[in-house]
Write a protein that binds this ligand. Structure first.
Ligand code: SF4
Length: 361
């Protein structure tokens, strides 16, 4: 048995399933707030191992899904400016704004480049001093330190033609926003990757203020089954707390150096989330000290309205209120090849995940 197979052991999964069935004698609803978990839960058929009393809901954990259409419009408008090139991760390129996607804009001749990391964008800026390079910073606490590192490098090396259009988001305000909207959940399956950076402390207010347990989970079937069992035990004992199931990767303190870089460069700002609207202090923007690397300060960027495509219910799906099968466009006009809404674009989006693993109906 190799290392990975150990976390996919059928016997151990069945043993956990039996224990879950024994304990889960009343309804409980757990929400995952990580696109990686959304995908893994459906890919490994976790719901089929659980009793009917346990419901798993997908939350706002896929970075591409929660990014607004106005942000895409702003990126396209930047790519239309003279001598300006926009650099982005590949999964954002197919998300539609109000006026088409970055992919469509690139096909029309706009300067849009896919990069594998924020530091690639800095290197690109260094090699092309005649161009203004704008990196699209999206994602949560997982990717924000990488963007911060890029700004620090550009600052250190005097690369003045590099800037960031930030839509970085912080996970706790969204988790609190879900609870504040009155969406009934009994526990959070917390994101493994985000928590490698942040550690456990940021979940503590959720436990203290809302009495909802948080278990930081890994991504293999045994991880997820174990995390669900841990949450069930918390509910039954009426003792919500923050627990680390994914102990092989997550430490209570997280990664202090990544946190230091993130808060050296960024400060919090109000940010828009699909489904949740503007949430106070839920985003990150470069501090004044780094204003020359903030695309919103460097460029005159028009504002655009936040809208959702007609008939798309991504906002409700991201709050766990509906499932993709309840969307009339699902697998008809909206497919991974022709995505209508953002949740069908990324392999971690709830709609694409359901399309790939839950059948079309
Ligand atoms: S199936 Fe498509 S249109 Fe419907 S909610 Fe999902 S992404 Fe939006």
């Amino acid at each position: 048995m190799n290392w990975l197979e150990g976390y996919r052991s059928r016997e151990l999964c069945e043993a956990l399933a039996m224990e879950i069935c024994r304990l889960a004698t009343r309804p409980m609803r757990f929400m995952e707030v990580c696109g990686g978990h959304t995908r893994a839960i459906r890919k490994f058929g976790i719901p089929s191992l659980l009793p009917e009393t346990i419901s798993l809901l997908s939350g706002p954990g896929c970075p591409v899904c929660v990014t607004g259409r106005a942000f895409i419009d702003q990126a396209i408008s930047l790519s239309s400016q003279e001598d300006t090139e926009v650099c982005t991760f590949g999964d954002l390129i197919r998300v539609n704004g109000n006026h088409g996607s970055l992919e469509k804009a690139r096909a029309e001749g706009k300067q849009i480049r896919i990069v594998l990391s924020s530091l690639d964008a800095v290197e690109h800026a260094k090699r092309n001093p005649e161009k203004k390079i704008v990196f699209l910073g999206i994602g949560f606490e997982t990717t924000a330190p990488g963007t911060a590192a890029a700004i620090l490098k550009a600052s250190r090396d005097g690369i003045g033609n590099f800037s960031v259009l930030s839509a970085h988001k912080l996970m706790p305000p969204a988790m609190e926003g879900i609870i504040s909207e009155g969406i009934p959940i009994d526990g959070y399956i917390c994101p493994g990757h985000v928590s490698t950076i942040t550690g456990t402390r940021m979940y503590q207010p959720i436990v203290e203020n809302f009495k909802i347990g948080c278990v930081i989970s890994g991504f293999e079937p045994l991880d997820l089954m174990h995390s669900i069992l841990m949450l069930i035990r918390q509910v039954l004992n009426d003792k919500p707390k923050v627990e680390i199931q994914y102990a092989r990767a997550v430490k209570p303190m997280g990664n202090p150096e990544a946190q230091r870089m993130m808060y050296e460069v960024f400060e919090t700002a109000d940010e828009w989330w699909r489904g949740l609207g503007f949430l106070k202090n839920s985003g990150l923007k470069p501090k004044h000290k780094y204003y020359e690397f903030d695309a919103r300060k460097v460029f005159d960027i028009p504002t655009f309205k936040e809208t959702d495509p007609k008939g798309c219910i991504c906002g409700e799906i991201l709050k766990g209120l509906k499932t993709p099968h309840q969307c009339k466009l699902f697998a008809r006009t909206c497919t991974p090849v022709n995505p209508v809404g953002a949740c069908m674009v990324s392999t971690e989006g709830a709609c694409q995940t359901w399309f790939n693993y839950e059948g079309k109906n």
